[in-house]
Ligand binder design. Structure first.
Ligand code: NAP
Length: 284
């Protein structure tokens, strides 16, 4: 078997066209959807991420504001900026780029964002909404994974999904989303005794670890769907995921590539969440 690749760039293009159409419709009613991206410090990777997010907004007809601060910005000043953005009617989504400098309590800053503008879905109210099935914003990366499964018409009911990784931003919300769609879910982590015994039972595997070759072909049931969230570098410095791509491609039915898989979907779902926030605000 050769796995069919789930193309995150192509799916993103479709979803961003839909966002652009919704943004145009909302603008015609007098509201321009707006995202504020806050960057503290000069982490090079963060600078690339925020630039991509701002550009994606512009390309889809969303207003975006990039607020850049020096690494010595105090926690109190950052909280004051978040408060001002919470009250700014032109801003519907607020994203504080992580990581923050060590002297700032990132969780405190996230909790200061109004849940109505928490388009990253990291606020404890958003996590609670996801857990209970209430309306709220879903974290972008696992949300993007769900859209990828939807794009291949995959019905999760009764399927066994194994999520490798239990972070608050990927693994745990991923597991809850799969559960909400009626999969039977197993969550694996660094304390899991026999990862292979778990993944071999899976109809769907989501790898979100951050280590190359965590999932190899011998660990995958023939025909399983494999989503690779990981972002790592191989020996040649090339971007790669957590999955041994060439090996698993010969066993899985569907597989997401790295790059060009889950990565582009993350920014796309940020646009979708911002659009949703603006529509909710306009109709409230
Ligand atoms: P994280 O916070 O470091 O979490 C990694 C998880 O993997 C932890 O739960 C850890 O277990 C688990 N783990 C570590 N070694 C393991 C092993 N040998 N077997 C099983 N589980 C193991 O990372 P994250 O933020 O969730 O991100 C995971 C990966 O996704 C990273 O490569 C990151 O760069 C990437 N990522 C990509 C996107 C995207 O847009 N494509 C977005 C976000 C993240 P413990 O909890 O026991 O430590």
């Amino acid at each position: 078997m050769t796995a069919e690749l789930i193309d995150g760039n192509a799916l993103s293009k479709q979803l961003r066209q839909d966002v652009a159409a919704r943004a145009a419709a909302l603008r015609a009613r007098g509201t321009t959807p707006g995202l504020a991206v806050v960057l503290v410090g000069d982490n090079p990777a963060s600078q690339v991420y925020v630039r991509n997010k701002v550009k994606a907004c512009e390309d889809s007809g969303l207003h975006s504001v990039l607020e850049k601060y020096n690494a010595d910005l105090s926690e109190a000043d950052l909280l004051a900026r978040v408060d001002a953005l919470n009250h700014d009617p032109a801003i519907h989504g607020i994203l504080v780029q992580l990581p923050l400098p060590a002297h700032i309590d990132a969780q405190k800053v996230i909790e200061a964002i109004s849940p109505a503008k928490d388009v990253d879905g990291f606020h404890i109210a958003s996590a609670g909404a996801l857990m209970t099935g209430a309306p709220g914003f879903w974290p972008c990366t696992p949300y993007g994974c769900m859209k990828m499964l939807e794009s291949i018409g995959y019905d999760l009911r009764g399927k066994h999904a194994v999520v490798i990784g239990r972070s608050n931003i990927v693994g745990k919300p991923m597991a809850l989303m799969l559960l909400q769609k009626n999969a039977t879910v197993t969550i694996c982590h660094s304390g899991t005794k026999d990862l292979k015994a778990m993944t071999l039972q899976a109809d769907v595997i989501v790898a979100a670890v951050g280590k190359r070759n965590v999932l190899t072909a011998d660990m995958v049931k023939p025909g399983a769907v494999v989503l690779d969230v990981g972002m790592n570098r191989d020996d040649a410095g090339k971007l790669c995921g957590d999955v041994d791509f060439d090996g698993v491609k010969a066993v899985a039915s569907h597989l997401t590539p790295v790059p060009g898989g889950v990565g582009p979907m993350t920014i796309t779902m940020l646009l979708v969440n911002t659009m949703e926030a603006a529509e909710r605000s306009a109709s409230s």
